[in-house]
Write a protein that binds this ligand. Structure first.
Ligand SMILES: NC(=O)c1ccc[n+]([C@@H]2O[C@H](COP(=O)([O-])OP(=O)(O)OC[C@H]3O[C@@H](n4cnc5c(N)ncnc54)[C@H](O)[C@@H]3O)[C@@H](O)[C@H]2O)c1
Length: 351
């Protein structure tokens, strides 16, 4: 079977990972790379694919089946529009766009043209996150009461040499917490209200390095999440899952889901429960490990994108769904900035 040709815009940190995954795939091949940075030309040559300075020229000259947009977030809307105008489905890195207005604009353009946009919230393709969602949905934990999670990582100082990462939108909320929020929505349903504190005290940059967030879900579930890019620890999905690109695997947990009948640790998938006889806080709890299928998150994402391109599956997360994750993230930022509880619906007013 002919391989699906995929072009990649932006050959930076994540763009290069997409290039490697496509190049290694049996079902896809790299059609070209667009990136004006001086190093990108040599990078494209090293992979034996054509190089372009801009996305539009690459799309016109290579006519790919799909495109990966791994550009700075401020360029997502225009890049998405360029793909849609040429009937080319795209895998749009997260956040789907820089603002909610832009995100919904992209969602509407995608819907009107019938050209899918898959948002790069890759954890939706991760076996642990999928199993957590299924366990909750099947009632395996009983009525869900609470959730608690953390993402504590230590980014190197040189990570912040890239200007956009030091500016509004480049902090750990929009870069990292947005994935955790997307997972929480995916596993537990819509979030209705948030409150939050943020701090830039450790790195002293304009953007936050640390935050603590409280969530209320539409279901009534209450939860909390702490995040920092300045902590040496194993407690993040990236490290604990062994699923993330360019991170060592340190088996631990980063997310704890609590229900009336049991609790689940993610990603070790330890399911704690009282057994058939039931019990309470003074009786024994049994630990059962739920089996994972061993597949790899980013490979699963690429496989899904190929099905989206072929029209065999709708995007697991489309531009509108990505916009709803962005809305929660912006509610968190607003809550921290204004020191108040923020309804997510407030972010969506007028959109
Ligand atoms: N899903 C994930 O795991 C993940 C991980 C990292 C980043 N991201 C997201 O991916 C996007 C890119 O992040 P990054 O960390 O790779 O950024 P980066 O700065 O490392 O790379 C961006 C690249 O885009 C290139 N570029 C800039 N303007 C361009 C243009 N007009 N046309 C073509 N190329 C252009 C730059 O030269 C650079 O090489 C961001 O939206 C980010 O939030 C997602």
């Amino acid at each position: 079977m002919a391989k699906t040709r995929i072009a990649v815009a932006g050959a930076g940190l994540i763009g290069q990972e997409h290039c490697k995954l496509i190049a290694a795939s049996d079902a896809a091949e790299l059609a070209g790379i667009a990136d004006p940075a001086p190093a990108a030309r040599g990078y494209a040559a090293s992979l034996g694919v054509p190089h372009f300075d801009d996305l539009e020229t690459m799309l016109d000259e290579t006519g790919p089946g799909g495109a990966v947009v791994a550009l700075p977030t401020g360029l997502h809307l225009s890049a998405g529009r360029a793909c849609i105008a040429r009937d080319i489905p795209c895998l749009m890195e997260k956040p789907v766009a820089a603002t909610l207005k832009e995100a919904f604009e992209l969602a509407r353009a995608s819907e009107a043209a019938g050209i899918p946009v898959l948002v790069g919230h890759h954890r939706r393709h991760s076996v642990d996150i999928r199993l957590a969602r299924e366990t909750v949905a099947s009632g395996g934990l009983g009525r869900i009461v609470t959730v608690s999670g953390m993402s504590w990582v230590d980014k190197p100082d040189k990570y912040f040499d890239v200007a956009w990462r030091r500016q509004e939108g480049g902090g750990t909320l929009l870069i990292n917490l947005i994935h955790d929020i997307d997972c929480l929505r995916f596993i537990l349903g819509e979030i209705s209200r948030v409150s939050a504190f943020t701090s830039n005290a450790v790195r002293g940059l304009d953007v936050e390095d640390t935050a603590s967030v409280s969530f209320e879900f539409e279901s009534g579930v209450l939860g909390g999440f702490t995040i920092s890019d300045a902590v040496a620890s194993p407690y993040s999905w990236e490290r604990t899952s062994g699923q993330a690109l360019y991170f060592p695997h340190q088996p631990e947990n980063y997310l704890f889901i609590g229900g009336r009948d049991g609790a689940l640790e993610v990603p070790t998938m330890e399911h704690w429960h009282h057994g058939a006889g039931g019990g309470d806080w003074q009786s024994e709890l049994f630990r059962e490990t739920l089996p994972l299928d061993g597949s790899q998150t980013y490979e699963n994402q690429l496989a899904h994108f190929l099905k989206v391109i072929d029209g065999d599956e709708p995007p697991v997360i489309d531009a509108e769904d990505g916009a709803r994750t962005l809305a929660v993230l912006l509610a968190v930022k607003t809550a921290a900035r204004e020191g108040r509880v923020v309804e997510v619906a407030e972010m969506l007013e007028g959109l």
